[in-house]
Design a protein around this ligand. Structure first.
Ligand SMILES: Nc1ncnc2c1ncn2[C@@H]1O[C@H](COP(=O)(O)OP(=O)(O)OP(=O)(O)O)[C@@H](O)[C@H]1O
Length: 224
C-alpha cells in the first residue's frame, strides 16, 4: 500500500494574536511519492504548514495522519524519517563536512553509505569539496547542498523542501532539480517544495498547492 499523508482542519495562531489565525481549517492529502509545488504570497504560512507536517511545530487544532495512524501515535523520529524537512536556512552541525554527512546514519545507527554520499555530493557539483573541512566554513550555497545530501542519505519517502534553491546559482539549482527528479524516478521519493519561482514549480512538480487567503487551492501540471 502506498504511504499517505492527510491533514484535516489544521489551524495555527501566532503568539500574541490568538484572535486572528495565520490559517484555519486547512485540509489536504498526498501520497508520499507525489511531487507537489507549494506556492503562494509571502507570509501566508507555507513554511509554518510544512514544519507542522514535519512535526517540528504543533497546530492549535487539527489532525495529521500518516498511513492511517494519527501523529500522536507516532514516534516523531520515525515520522521524520519518512517525511524529512529541509530548511531554507541550512543548519550545519559542528564538525567537518563528513561529520555532517554521517549525521543521519549516526542518528539512526545505520551504516554510512560513503559511496552514495560521494555520488550525491558530485551530482550537486561538490566532488572536489574536502570532507575534512569545518562545515561552518562552507559558503551558504554549499551548506544548502550538504544539508540536502544529509537529508537524502536518510532515504525519506517524502522531502519537505523550504525554498531550498533560493540562495543557489542557476547551475546548482538545475543540479538540485535533476537530482530530485532522478530520486523520484528511481525510488519514488516525493516532495512538497515551497518555491516562489513559478517556472521552477512547473518544471519539477506534478501537483500544485497554492496557499492564499487562508485556503489551499489544488491544481495539476500537464507534464509532471
Ligand atoms: N513562531 C512564530 N512567532 C511569531 N510569528 C511567526 C512565527 N512563525 C511564523 N510567524 C509569522 O507567520 C507568518 C507566516 O510565516 P511563514 O514563514 O510560515 O510564511 P511563508 O508563507 O512561508 O512566507 P515566505 O513565502 O515569505 O517564506 C509570518 O508573518 C511570520 O513572521
Amino acid at each position: 500500500m502506498e504511504s499517505m499523508l492527510q491533514f484535516n482542519q489544521i489551524t495555527r495562531t501566532l503568539p500574541g494574536n490568538p484572535a486572528r489565525p495565520l490559517f484555519s481549517g486547512l485540509s489536504g492529502e498526498a501520497r508520499l511519492s507525489d511531487t507537489i509545488s507549494f506556492t503562494g504570497p509571502s507570509g501566508t504560512g507555507k513554511s509554518t504548514l510544512l514544519r507542522i507536517l514535519a512535526l517540528l511545530e504543533s497546530p492549535d487544532e487539527g489532525r495529521l495522519i500518516l498511513n492511517g495512524r494519527p501523529a500522536r501515535e507516532w514516534d516523531a523520529r520515525q515520522w521524520r524519517m519518512k517525511l524529512s524537512y529541509v530548511s531554507q536556512q541550512p543548519f550545519m552541525l559542528s564538525g567537518t563536512v563528513e561529520d555532517n554527512l554521517r549525521a543521519a546514519s549516526a542518528l539512526h545507527r545505520t551504516p554510512f553509505d560513503r559511496e552514495l554520499a560521494s555520488r550525491l555530493m558530485a551530482s550537486l557539483g561538490m566532488a572536489e569539496t574536502d570532507w575534512r573541512k569545518n562545515a561552518q566554513r562552507l559558503s551558504g550555497g554549499e551548506k544548502q547542498r550538504v544539508s540536502l545530501v544529509r537529508t537524502l542519505l536518510l532515504r525519506p519517502e517524502m522531502l519537505l523542501l523550504d525554498e531550498i534553491t533560493a540562495s543557489l546559482d542557476d547551475t546548482s539549482t538545475e543540479a538540485v532539480e535533476r537530482l530530485l527528479r532522478s530520486f523520484h524516478e528511481a525510488e519514488g521519493t516525493g516532495f512538497i517544495w515551497i518555491t516562489h519561482d513559478l517556472e521552477q514549480a512547473g518544471r519539477v512538480a506534478g501537483r500544485s498547492w497554492v496557499l492564499a487567503e487562508g485556503r489551499i487551492t489544488e491544481g495539476e501540471y500537464a507534464c509532471p
